[in-house]
Design a protein around this ligand. Structure first.
Ligand code: AMP
Length: 365
């Protein structure tokens, strides 16, 4: 695929109208681009801020071709978009991210194998086709372990933590949406992530490493920068750059990591797009993850991801929204609230996030 430069006011077409698409769109519009979006609903978070919307299902090729016809460059904002669809589109339209990385990140087995092929470490894992494979996999991996659906799982969905062998019979009965991956439980010290950008020209920039705190499998808080030493910062950024080269990245790749007591970093998950743990970059860094994504896919030089302001990001879920809105009159200029324009505040639904900035992480917490 030949790379090209997409200049304002050309149009960026986004497959997916969620909050990531919205924040890409807001930044891109600031940079002078026009935005077209494909989403099944007409008032999606991204649709609300786009120049034009195509309403259609994500597997509706006709709707996707309509989006492509309006766009000078195509991108996606979530990795569960059909890889067949992006492949078809990329034969006739400019989709610099390509399809290969989507295929890898849609499947936990491929993801782990890719990390290992790049020379990186992961938790031990075993493929589990169905319930009857589970006992053999438990013999191989040992306990405790985590069983995950190979595809489609996010925010801790489709996961079973197994502590005792006696639990496996019960879990086997619940298994319907195979195949699965059984992973050894990792007694991590911290969960970290690093977002790396790579342009079609091969320029690579890693954002500072951040520290993530999850509740019930969902990201709750991100601390930027992570409270780790310079060696871990450097190792995580280097590891992300190695992965970016290995997969021929164009755009962003978010890499979620487990940090062990001895300093070892294990790759847990990857996402080929802006990531929830990168929302802090909107206030913390010279270039936000959204600007960097636009720069990478449009063939502009990458921005400096230097972190100038310690920032703590709190996710605002449906159950938090009322409280956050009640507190709004008390937020000073250090509390930056970003809301995604979602109509209904359902429990666990990501409605927005709050970036709190300060002189040090302590003042943000
Ligand atoms: P994932 O969907 O793989 O990102 O998992 C969601 C969360 O579950 C992670 O952020 C961790 O907090 C936890 N988790 C996932 N896999 C493991 C593992 N192998 N060992 C320990 N905790 C895990």
């Amino acid at each position: 695929m030949n790379s090209k430069t997409v200049e304002p006011p050309q149009t960026i077409g986004i497959l997916g109208g969620g909050q990531l698409g919205r924040m890409i769109a807001l930044k891109a519009r600031e940079m002078g681009y026009r935005i077209a979006v494909l989403d099944p609903t007409s008032d999606s978070p991204c649709g609300q801020v786009a120049d034009c919307q195509v309403v259609g299902a994500f597997d509706d090729l006709e709707a996707a071709v309509e989006l492509a016809a309006l766009s000078d460059v195509l991108t996606y904002e979530f990795e569960n978009i059909s890889a067949e669809l992006t492949e078809t589109l990329s034969r006739s339209h400019y989709l610099p991210q390509g399809t290969e990385l989507l295929r890898i990140t849609q499947n936990r087995l491929r993801e782990k194998e890719t990390a290992q092929a790049a020379g990186l470490q992961t938790a031990p894992f075993q493929f589990v086709r169905n319930g009857s494979d589970l006992e053999d996999a438990l013999d191989a991996i040992g306990l405790p372990a985590v069983l995950k659906t190979i595809s489609g799982g996010y925010d801790g969905k489709g996961q079973y933590f197994i502590e005792k062998r006696s639990e496996s019979a019960d879990i086997r009965k619940q298994l319907t949406a195979g195949p699965y991956l059984l992973e050894g439980y990792v007694p991590f010290l911290k969960e970290l992530s690093v977002i790396v950008a790579r342009s079609a020209a091969g320029e690579i920039r890693s954002f500072p490493v951040v520290e993530n705190i999850h509740r019930e499998g969902i990201l709750a808080i991100t601390l930027a920068p992570a409270r780790v030493n310079a060696r871990v910062q450097h190792a995580a950024k280097t590891l992300a750059a190695i992965l970016a080269d290995h997969v021929d990245l164009v755009g962003l790749l978010a890499v979620e990591l487990f940090l062990l007591e001895d300093g070892t970093l294990l790759v847990n998950e990857m996402a080929p797009r802006p990531h929830n743990s990168g929302h802090c970059t909107m206030q913390a860094c010279s270039t936000s993850q959204f600007e960097q994504h636009v720069r990478a896919i449009c063939g502009l030089p990458l921005g400096d991801p230097f972190i100038h302001t310690p920032t703590v990001m709190y996710n605002v879920l449906g159950e938090h929204l009322d409280t956050v809105l009640r507190c709004l009159p008390h937020f000073d200029g250090c509390c930056k609230l970003h809301l995604y324009g979602k109509a209904e505040a359902k429990p666990k639904r990501k409605m927005g996030h709050l970036n709190i900035i300060g002189d040090s992480l302590k003042t943000c917490m």
